[in-house]
Write a protein that binds this ligand. Structure first.
Ligand code: FES
Length: 159
């Protein structure tokens, strides 16, 4: 059994069958642990809750926090809260899109990059903020995005 599958089973085992109020917290917990919601995880959650997978997908896609594909080796999070947005987060997102050719929530075909937008990270004075695998880049400008991605590409080639 794969690591993510084991983790998913362990989380599901802590929830009671049929308690639909638990659905979103359960999905959040699985995503937090495994990085995304796999088809298999959704099927298992559906079985526990007595809901069809279609219904769960429908609900989960309503909340834009859920991902259905694994994260890339490098996962970028752009703060899109009001302050960062007013300070140019839109241009940062535009540059990432241009560089990687993907939308928020997607992963590049080579599995190297993914990105998502976040609500306020609580550091508004330092925005716009871009977090790469947990490392914060503050007061970011669109021209920095290119060099960060180039550096990550080079780093991934060395590994
Ligand atoms: S809006 Fe980005 S840190 Fe607050």
């Amino acid at each position: 059994m794969k690591k993510n599958e084991k983790a998913t089973d362990a989380i599901i085992s802590r929830y009671k069958a049929g308690r639909r109020d638990d659905l979103i917290p359960l999905l959040q917990e699985i995503q937090e642990e495994t990085g995304y919601l796999s088809e298999e995880a959704i099927r298992k959650v559906g079985k526990l809750m007595g809901l069809s997978t279609t219904k769960i997908y429908g609900l989960a896609t309503f909340y834009d926090q859920f991902r259905f594909t694994p994260r890339g080796k490098y996962h970028l999070v752009v703060c899109n809260g009001t302050s960062c947005y007013l300070n140019g987060a839109g241009a940062i997102v535009g540059k990432i899109k241009e560089e990687l050719g993907i939308e928020p929530g997607e992963t590049t075909r080579d599995g190297k990059f993914s990105y998502e937008l976040s609500s306020c990270m609580g550091g508004c004075m330092h925005g716009p903020i871009l977090v790469v695998n947990g490392k914060y880049n503050l007061k970011l400008k669109p021209e920095h995005v290119q060099s960060i991605i180039d550096m990550l590409r080079k780093e991934s080639e060395k590994l």
